[in-house]
Design a protein around this ligand. Structure first.
Ligand code: NAP
Length: 331
């Protein structure tokens, strides 16, 4: 935030900075949007977030993964944090202004839009266009051992990490389409996949259920809640409790995938922009939202693909949309 000296008082007073493009988020979508808008000479400001917990830090969900083997261009694989460091370096190289802080409040009801980085009355930044790339986060079980063992045998992304569980006995938690899809996918690698579900029937679509029931590598543990993820440095088992009988037991697994849903990070815009029924930001053509000048990219608007590469692609789309929209405003 800039400070200017007030001639009258001699005191420093805060001023609202103006930018043509404000990008909120620093995952693949936000940083790709930063690279493109910076190269288009739009001088974007990127609010990249700040670490607040092991599962919430600048760089987004890729900061939680180990090796990424399916991001094109890295035939020998690259770690999530390294990939995001590369994105970041590339955005900086073209002059994107990255700030390690969070947007506390965003007002998109009038233009230019206004963003507050502090609790002050005065907004910190005003922006002609905003690209919202705040991502989504996996819902977590909130049981002991979960934080400690994340990325050490416990994962929230089968596509990202399934390959590392060749020959393992693993568990998938959840009963929706994600859990069944992930469990089915994981049978390519694992010796066995145990689906642990808190009820006695699945929420997943019938066709996916049938596929899972027919898969010899998949077994089900019904009416069961995970009470702890066991292991000091890597997953060694799951402590579970049967919700009908109350019986407690341990599942001997060396990998755990949590697939109980995702939550899009929409808090900044919840009452301002149109959301889908499932809470994701509704985008029409490209990255356009229901608010003129507000664009959305990445997982905050995508509940289907959720891949680093699709997220980066949508960041590019948002940058181009914003650039063209700004040009049209200037005409
Ligand atoms: P979901 O449909 O909301 O299912 C979440 C599952 O996790 C439910 O079975 C739920 O149990 C369970 N769960 C939630 N909180 C839990 C907790 N604290 N502890 C234990 N279990 C918990 O989420 P999703 O599977 O991620 O799917 C999200 C959307 O994406 C859905 O609309 C889905 O159809 C769609 N999707 C589609 C596909 C596909 O078509 N290929 C693939 C993936 C996702 P209850 O059943 O008891 O509520």
């Amino acid at each position: 935030m800039d400070l200017a000296t007030s001639p009258a008082s001699g005191l420093k007073e805060k001023m609202t900075e103006h930018t043509s493009v404000l990008i909120i988020g620093s995952g693949p979508a936000g940083l790709t949007a930063a690279i493109y808008t910076a190269r288009a000479q739009l001088n974007p400001i990127v609010i990249e977030g700040e670490p607040s917990s092991t599962t919430d830090q600048p760089g987004g969900q890729l900061m939680l993964t180990t090796d990424i083997e399916n991001y094109p261009g890295f035939p020998e694989s690259i770690t999530g944090p390294e990939l995001m460091a590369n994105f970041r370096a590339q955005a900086l190289r073209f002059g994107a202004d990255l700030r390690t802080t969070k947007v506390q409040r965003l007002d998109t009801t009038t233009r230019p839009f206004r963003a507050w980085l502090t609790g002050d009355d005065e907004p910190s930044i005003s922006a002609d266009a905003v690209i919202l790339a705040t991502g989504a986060q996996s819902m977590m079980l909130k049981v002991p051992g979960e934080d400690r063992l994340l990325s050490h045998g416990l994962s929230t992304c089968a596509t990202c990490d399934g390959f590392f569980f060749r020959g393992h006995d693993i568990a998938v938690i959840g009963g929706g389409d994600s859990a069944i899809e992930e469990a089915t996918f994981l049978t390519r690698f694992a010796s066995s996949v145990t689906i642990v579900h808190r009820r006695d029937s699945l929420r997943a679509s019938k066709i996916m259920q049938e596929r899972a029931f027919a898969n010899e590598k998949i077994r089900f543990v019904w009416n069961t809640q995970v009470t702890e993820v066991l292991g000091a440095e890597k997953v060694e088992g799951l402590a579970v409790r049967n919700l009908v009988t109350g019986e407690q037991s341990v599942l001997n697994v060396t990998g755990v995938f949590i697939a109980i849903g995702h939550i899009p990070n929409t808090t900044l815009v919840t009452d301002q922009v149109d959301l889908e029924d499932n809470g994701y930001v509704r985008t029409g053509l490209g990255s356009y939202t229901s608010i003129d000048g507000l664009f959305a990219a990445g997982d905050v608007q995508d509940h289907v693909y959720r891949q680093a590469i699709t997220s980066a692609g949508s960041g590019c789309v948002a940058a181009i949309d914003a650039e063209r929209w700004l040009e049209a405003q200037a005409d």
